[in-house]
Design a protein around this ligand. Structure first.
Ligand code: G6P
Length: 429
């Protein structure tokens, strides 16, 4: 029997240190699909060549017949692709470090997805994400636009609000959490169903079932003793009645996370720079033939597993349930229909259909709605460059305590990112 085939897959941000993680997914699943061509695009030629060389070696070592194309021309990468993955970091790690550091001066944690750092990262990214969308519309209108770029909920919302493309946002947190819970409960991941509700990086597990049995209460008790799950005070979790996931620390424990960030010698971006340096040394070494273990030091571990599951279900019409970022469409009635949410969806060749999750528990509703308001105002300001919208976006972020702080953050963070914000600085000044 001939293997199903993907003719072409484009990876925008191909010089990312995560690219080998993604490609490794296809190597691990080589029996299920054949990929004729992977086109890696980046604007940084050196990074593209180093990562591209590593990818080429991995593919040859695994004896796959995939052609690897490296290109600085984005349209060449996208033309005719069935899947276009976006994993970009506009402004590079330097911009992330700035996003992390400036807010600390105002006693706010920057955080590249949930804090003002996420706001600026979104504003730098939205013009590029929409530019990529224009290329898709022209050169690969039927392709799936798979957004891995953070903040994934905001970027995905910007794309589906402004284009007619087929777009899905993806994060590795749900799959990591599922694995963590399976290990904790001593079952296999397939046996678990998580009722995951909320937004990307602002989400809770409202119920957990194992083979149909609701184990949420037992699980909440077990989490209290688990060293890897001690992000939250057990009293908080019990009172919420749902399980908060990792990124909610920045909201529920802001003073603690702020104190940690302020006393840390390096910001997360600076730590990641070092990890990347070690990774790039390996990628440049011709004797390296497989994905290096150092990749697990990045938060994006297991991304490839989530990505491959998604791609396979879209391609093979599996119609299974996966937790992805998509348009709400009434699934959570407490949030706007046209807002992005991260929830369980049926994924098949038809696309992504959200399950009806129903109203949010009252214990989490207000925070989720506020975070959504921040995200949607961030989209609005990021698309239009409207300064009033930008102020409301900054002010509605759950970590920003006042108008004064919002104003000061904008006054410092917008000019610091001027080179990447054409919507706010149309004349370049
Ligand atoms: C997790 C999140 C990703 C995020 C990453 C950050 O995987 O789900 O959205 O990009 O962590 O990891 P880093 O190593 O860049 O801090």
């Amino acid at each position: 029997m001939t293997k199903p085939r993907i003719e072409k897959l484009a990876y925008i941000g191909g010089g990312s240190s995560y690219t080998p993680e993604f490609v490794d997914g296809f190597i691990q699943h080589e029996n299920e699909v054949e990929v004729k061509e992977i086109a890696l695009h980046d604007i940084d030629e050196d990074r593209l060549n180093i990562v591209g060389g590593m990818v080429e070696r991995m593919i040859r070592y695994a004896e796959l017949d995939t052609k690897v194309t490296l290109t600085l021309d984005r349209t060449e990468a996208i033309e005719g692709a069935q899947f276009v993955v976006s994993a970009i970091r506009v402004g590079g790690m330097e911009a992330r470090i700035r996003d992390e550091k400036i807010p600390l001066k105002y006693d706010v944690i920057g955080q590249e997805t949930t804090g003002p750092g996420g706001t600026l990262k979104a504003w730098r990214t939205i013009p590029v994400a929409l530019d990529i969308a224009r290329d898709l519309a022209k050169y690969a209108p039927d392709a799936w636009y798979l957004n891995f770029t953070n903040p994934s909920g905001i970027i995905t919302e910007a794309i589906f609000k402004n284009t007619n493309l087929k777009v899905v946002g993806l994060c590795n947190n749900p799959i990591n959490m599922q694995l963590g819970l399976a290990t904790l409960l001593g079952v296999s991941t397939d046996e678990i169903f998580m009722e995951w509700v909320g937004l990307n990086h602002v989400n809770w597990i409202q119920r957990v079932y194992i083979q149909g049995n609701d184990v949420t209460t037992d699980l909440i008790a077990k989490l209290e003793d688990h060293p890897d799950m001690k992000w939250f005070d057990p009293d908080l979790v019990r009172a919420l009645g749902v399980i908060p996931t990792y990124y909610l620390q920045y909201y529920y424990a802001h003073p603690k996370k702020l104190a940690e960030a302020k006393s840390a010698k390096k910001s997360r971006g600076e730590v990641v720079l070092e990890v990347e340096k070690a990774l790039f040394e390996k990628y440049a070494d011709p004797s390296e033939l497989v994905k290096p273990p150092e990749l697990n030091l990045r938060g994006g571990a297991l991304y490839s597993e989530a990505a491959l599951r998604l791609i396979f279900s879209l391609l093979f019409d599996r119609r299974d349930v996966q937790i992805v970022v998509t348009r709400n469409n009434g699934s959570i009635p407490d949030l706007p229909d046209d807002a992005s949410v991260e929830i369980p969806c049926v994924v098949g060749a038809h696309g992504v259909t959200p399950l009806h999750m129903g109203p949010l528990p009252e214990t989490i509703r207000a925070l989720c709605q506020q975070a959504k308001a921040w995200e949607s105002w961030t989209v609005e300001a990021g698309v239009t460059g409207d300064r009033d919208a930008a102020l409301i976006a900054m002010l509605t972020n759950p970590l920003v305590p006042s108008y004064e702080v919002a104003k000061a953050l904008l006054a410092e963070m917008l000019p610091a990112n001027k080179d990447y914000l054409p919507q706010f600085y149309p004349l370049g000044v």
